[in-house]
Design a protein around this ligand. Structure first.
Ligand SMILES: *Cc1c(COP(=O)(O)O)cnc(C)c1O
Length: 368
């Protein structure tokens, strides 16, 4: 049985007609940059996230970039973040001229370790950028408490966490800005690149709306230097259709994750630990295992897809060499890079397929 890490064709087949109609409507209107489809999606996704504002932008990366710009982060500033994340979290900090300061992650949640933040705060610190990795919200009570005490901005990298909640509050409402990605492989994916910023601040929302269109307000009069961070009308239309199904898809991911959890009980496979305050959307179902690379090879031989998110921590990447980090600086992060493995968890997988994947994993450890 062949089981890829992700198969988007099944999802597409289920919504094909609805999506085709929505795209056709945009084509008929010829509103391709922002326009009514994006406005409608923004309204719906703001309601979905329970955020006052939701502003569509060109990608998750640009959501981070424009949030940092809106909060005034720039040369001379530092932003504290995690090194166990996708490149864009730190890349966007450097692109506004600021310096990323990496701290280690919690060994259970894999999210930023609040206890490691405070000692890295200097007079240059401008913001904290926690990431809700794999669909689980970071310990935002602790992060926000530190941010309040030191008067720091908080930008949530919620690219992997749309619909996730902590104590009933949805991702995107803990910080000054919440940054989302609609890259096709995300839980809510569009047909290309897309992203979104949520905020509950009138001022920040106003600034982001101006920044995403070159800083113009009104047309052809430029208040500030922005860029082209617009979301396409076609992406807005696709996302509007898909948003209706997001909760049911996230539910199915959770069912699949819980089935894996039970199948891996009493095995060498360490299953994801979800804080009791959290509802995860399992963007990834990521275990830590002994002999990770050999297990991954064994899975490939058995036609099962898997992936390592992420094989090399950001603080040791060549592009950040001048920040001066060395091996051993972030021990939990570095260990996780050698031990994590993400298994197929997408909503369309049947229980039989989850059992099959788990069976092959356990077979590698001589347990089935
Ligand atoms: C996907 C992702 C991004 C970037 O989103 P794009 O839409 O691909 O630009 C940023 N941060 C994290 C944690 C992500 O997973």
């Amino acid at each position: 049985m062949q089981i890829p890490l992700l198969d988007l064709k099944l999802q597409y087949a289920a919504i094909r007609d609805e999506v085709a109609q929505a795209i056709d409507k945009v084509c008929e209107s010829q509103f391709f940059a922002l326009g009514p489809a994006v406005a409608e999606f923004e309204e719906n996704v703001a309601a979905y996230c329970s955020s006052k504002f939701a502003i569509g932008v060109s990608s998750g990366t640009d959501a981070l970039l424009i949030s940092l710009m809106a909060l005034g982060a720039g040369p001379g500033d530092e932003a504290i973040t995690t090194a166990f994340t996708f490149f864009a979290t730190a890349g966007s900090i450097v692109r506004v001229g600021a310096k990323p300061v990496f701290v280690d992650v919690d060994p259970d949640s894999f999210n930023i370790d609040p206890a490691a933040i405070e000692e890295k705060i200097t007079e240059k610190t401008k913001a904290i950028v926690p990431v809700h990795l794999y669909g689980q919200i970071a310990d935002m009570n602790a992060v926000n408490e530190i941010a309040r005490r030191h008067n720091l901005a908080v930008i949530e990298d919620a690219a992997q966490a749309i619909g996730a909640s902590r104590n009933g509050t949805k991702a995107g409402n803990f910080g000054d800005c919440g940054c989302f990605s609609f890259y096709p492989t995300k839980n809510l994916g569009c047909f290309g690149d897309g992203g979104l910023v949520t905020t509950n601040s009138d001022d920040i929302a106003e600034k982001i709306k101006i920044l995403r269109n070159h800083g113009q307000d009104p047309a052809y009069f430029y208040k500030i230097i922005g860029g082209n961070f617009r979301l396409d009308g076609i992406q807005g239309a696709v996302l509007n259709v898909k948003l209706k199904y997001l909760d049911s898809w996230n539910d199915k991911r959770r069912q699949n994750a819980w089935l894996y959890d039970s199948l891996f009980a009493d095995s060498p496979v360490k299953t994801p630990e979800i804080d009791t305050d959290n509802v995860s959307i399992y963007h990834q179902y990521t275990v830590t295992v002994p002999e990770r690379d050999k297990l991954q090879e064994f899975l490939a031989e058995n036609q099962i897809g898997s992936a390592v998110f992420y094989p090399k921590p950001l603080h040791l990447q060549d592009c950040f060499a001048e920040l001066g980090y060395k091996e051993g600086d972030l021990p939990v992060t570095e260990r996780l890079c050698n031990e994590v493995l993400s298994l197929p968890v997408y909503p369309e997988l049947s229980p039989e397929k989850i059992e099959h994947v788990a069976g092959i994993v356990l077979k590698y450890y001589g347990m089935s």
